[in-house]
Design a protein around this ligand. Structure first.
Ligand code: GDP
Length: 451
């Protein structure tokens, strides 16, 4: 039970037409009354003068009151809509603190909403994801998570798992009887169907995570092969300096783009070569660093050079775990047609950053690399998800697989029941049915203040 009342400026830092001060907690209304005099009836806007502790009028604006439990946080909550001046809002916040509130931590309103059962954990995370959404698709998906679409599916799986566990635990209770409860084909079938449903949710969750986190792609290659031109062509703007002079790109350059709803961060790196120039060497060191962290690498070569030894040597140094595309650029000069070519899993694309030829193939390939499916059906069922959710569902799947194996191998009911209990626990961690203070701290501290 929270006893303190928190206050925060809920609008973004900087100047704006309107700025919002939010109060939540048992004293929210008393504190607001000290600032505004009287309060309007709940959920009705009222125009009031906002005063500091000395009674000076700071501003005049609208006040909205929500009474527990019917508010965002599930507590008494008051919103003061003032003009959006940073100094003015700070003074209002000070007035609230003088009247008994304390400054809220990041995400504390949402944390209280979770503690008071207004939102489950996945929904609370979706609030932050909605604020951070970087594409229209990400907005729709975060909204669906916030509405509880993802949580509902997780809970449905948890409910069915509960039934299966009850069956198996029933076998424990009646283990002296002659009937072999665990041999029932219906039980096996039910667990198999459940695992299929889990696998489907895992797939959707992976897609949801992509929508939230996007794909990080690094462009690498020797100087002058057209890396910066490739970035510019993909981004549709002149982000990077293009020059005939080798060694122009030294710092990492990042561009955020959206391809068919999929957010992608493309990083242009310094051309990889031996050099004595200390600044270029630092650029190349950063380039290798970025290449280690990327989720995909576009390795660019000049199509006229064929398979240059220098390129082969660089390719051999790349982490083989990171998916890569070999981009044969400048096909307008080599005279070859744009094309996709695949040999034993390695994909090569022939393109021209100068003319844009072959870029449809490249965009397609990036979508495939990200495991991105943007079909209409998927859009309708999409929701945002986080790595934490993907990991929990994977762990859940592992426990369920072990339980299923145990069932088939006629292992002791205790062992199977234990695996299923662990599987259920993983599902509970997603919605917050099972949570620790550490987990909550990590999640909510990444929120913005006032949310
Ligand atoms: P980077 O050093 O690898 O980043 O290469 P840049 O993008 O700076 O390009 C080096 C030079 O090649 C510039 O003069 C570009 O205009 C030129 N260039 C890049 N891509 C192409 C292409 O596809 N066709 C042609 N004809 N020129 C290109």
């Amino acid at each position: 039970m929270t006893t303190d009342t928190i206050a925060a400026i809920a609008t973004a830092a900087g100047r704006g037409a309107i700025g919002l001060l939010r109060l939540s907690g048992p004293q929210a209304r008393t504190i607001a009354e000290k600032i505004c005099g009287s309060l309007p009836p709940p959920r009705q806007a009222g125009l009031r003068a906002f005063r500091d502790a000395d009674g000076n009028v700071l501003d005049r604006g609208l006040v909205l009151t929500f009474i527990a439990p019917n508010s965002y946080s599930g507590e008494d909550l008051v919103e003061l809509q003032a003009h959006g001046g940073p100094v003015l809002l700070d003074l209002l916040l000070q007035a609230a603190c003088y009247a008994g509130a304390r400054v809220a931590r990041p995400g504390e309103f949402s944390e209280r909403a979770f503690v008071n059962g207004r939102l489950d954990l996945a929904q609370a995370e979706a609030v932050a994801d909605l604020i951070d959404a970087s594409s229209r698709e990400a907005v729709t998906a975060a909204q669906r998570s916030l509405e509880g679409e993802f949580s509902r599916q997780v809970r449905a799986l948890a409910d069915e798992l509960m039934q299966i566990r009850a069956w198996i635990e029933g076998a424990l209770d009646f283990s002296d009887e002659d009937i072999d409860w665990l041999a029932d084909a219906q039980l096996h079938q039910r667990l198999a169907t459940w695992r299929q449903a889990l696998a489907l949710l895992q797939k959707q969750t992976l897609q949801g995570r992509r929508l939230r986190d996007g794909l990080i792609v690094a462009i690498a290659g020797q100087p002058n092969v057209g890396k910066s031109s490739l970035l510019n062509r993909l981004a549709g703007v002149d982000a990077a300096i293009v020059s005939e002079q080798a060694g122009t790109t030294r710092d990492l350059l990042r561009e955020h783009l959206v391809i068919d709803g999929l957010p992608i961060t493309v990083i242009d790196t310094a051309g990889l070569r031996d050099t004595q120039d200390p600044i270029e060497r630092e650029g190349i060191r950063r380039a290798w660093n970025a290449l280690e962290k990327a989720e995909a690498i576009l390795f660019v070569v000049d199509d006229r050079d064929g398979d240059a030894t220098a390129d082969q040597q660089l390719l051999a140094r790349l982490d083989s775990q990171i998916p890569r595309l070999l981009i044969r650029n400048k096909c307008d000069l080599s005279g070859a047609a744009p094309q996709r070519h695949e040999t034993s899993g390695a994909v090569e694309l022939r393109v021209s950053a100068a003319t844009g030829a072959g870029f449809d193939l490249l965009r397609n390939e990036l979508r495939t690399l990200a495991g991105w499916n943007s079909s209409a059906a998927d859009k309708q069922s999409s929701f945002t998800a986080r790595t934490r959710h993907v990991v929990a569902l994977d762990a859940c799947g592992q426990h369920a697989r072990l339980a299923h194996q145990g069932l088939e191998r006629k292992q002791a009911a205790e062992t199977i029941a234990e695996e299923l209990r662990l599987a259920q626990q993983q599902l509970g961690e997603i919605t917050g049915a099972v949570s620790t203070d550490d987990l909550l701290g990590t999640i909510f501290s990444s929120f913005c203040i006032g949310k």
